[in-house]
Design a protein around this ligand. Sequence first.
Ligand SMILES: NC(=O)C1=CN([C@@H]2O[C@H](COP(=O)(O)OP(=O)(O)OC[C@H]3O[C@@H](n4cnc5c(N)ncnc54)[C@H](OP(=O)(O)O)[C@@H]3O)[C@@H](O)[C@H]2O)C=CC1
Ligand SMILES: O=CC(=O)O
Length: 289
Amino acid sequence: MEVGFLGLGIMGKAMSLNLLKHGFKVTVWNRTLSKCDELVEHGASVCESPAQVIKKCKYTIAMLSDPCAALSVVFDKDGVLDQICDGKGYIDMSTVDAETSLKINEAITGKGGRFVEGPVSGSKKPAEDGQLIILAAGDKALFEESIPAFDVLGKKSFFLGQVGNGAKMKLIVNMIMGSMMNAFSEGLVLADKSGLSSDTLLDILDLGAMTNPMFKGKGPSMNKSSYPPAFPLKHQQKDMRLALALGDENAVSMPVAAAANEAFKKARSLGLGDLDFSAVIEAVKFSRE
Ligand SMILES: NC(=O)C1=CN([C@@H]2O[C@H](COP(=O)(O)OP(=O)(O)OC[C@H]3O[C@@H](n4cnc5c(N)ncnc54)[C@H](OP(=O)(O)O)[C@@H]3O)[C@@H](O)[C@H]2O)C=CC1
Ligand SMILES: O=CC(=O)O
């Protein structure tokens, strides 16, 4: 199977490398073209614009930072829309809001193409290991044709119905994750300020009903104030913002998520946006100083 891949950030690089490892022919494009070099070393071809990738490939996957990036890659000059046509499939796996996904769907299908949104749950390591959870929606036939690629990228693919449902589900999952990360950060800081060992707190949490891979994976490095980016904090804050907007639309009161969003905003204002989202603990420490 030949696929195009647009966007080689933390996730896109790991995902496209995985496809190459599993025998897919992959043609890549990234806004900063130099990031394609490593993929070429692993056998990928490169194009100089999204339009060229779409022209070459029947199926193209995108993994871009946010709604603005997702829209720009589709609608700008030499973008996806220039070449999308009957018989082509576009699969956007970026985390965006439903409105963005619907706009893209309308434009792609308006030119005869087919569209699936497929945001993923799981970070850099699950992307490297092909263990993502794929939250797809849109064109069912395209979803089914994408299964060979999804099976390489993920451990489970959900089909959630109409376009927008994948985006909404992903935002809800990440709203919960961002809120949990804040509660966790407050607990670690409170243990430390109370004269307790935050490492012992991790051991206690790990033995009880609250054990989870996120506390287990991030806790030890948070206790060392180390935040190598797996999931950039600026993206987690984008997800909180978009989830809160979904709450607004549906009149769902979400004070916990709103407070978590404020902490992520604070962390961004402290210049921590490119670090891992666990760096939000620095905003918690800051507010207690
Ligand atoms: N990291 C993670 O753990 C996870 C991330 N996600 C989601 O996946 C998506 C990608 O995340 P991640 O790989 O971490 O992000 P990165 O910040 O590492 O990469 C972002 C990518 O988007 C591209 N990009 C940004 N703005 C534009 C633009 N205006 N036009 C074209 N391309 C653009 C970047 O290009 P350039 O290299 O030129 O800057 C880069 O390829 C996000 O939506 C994120 O929320 C989902 C699950 C897990
Ligand atoms: O979107 C981030 C993730 O870890 O999932």
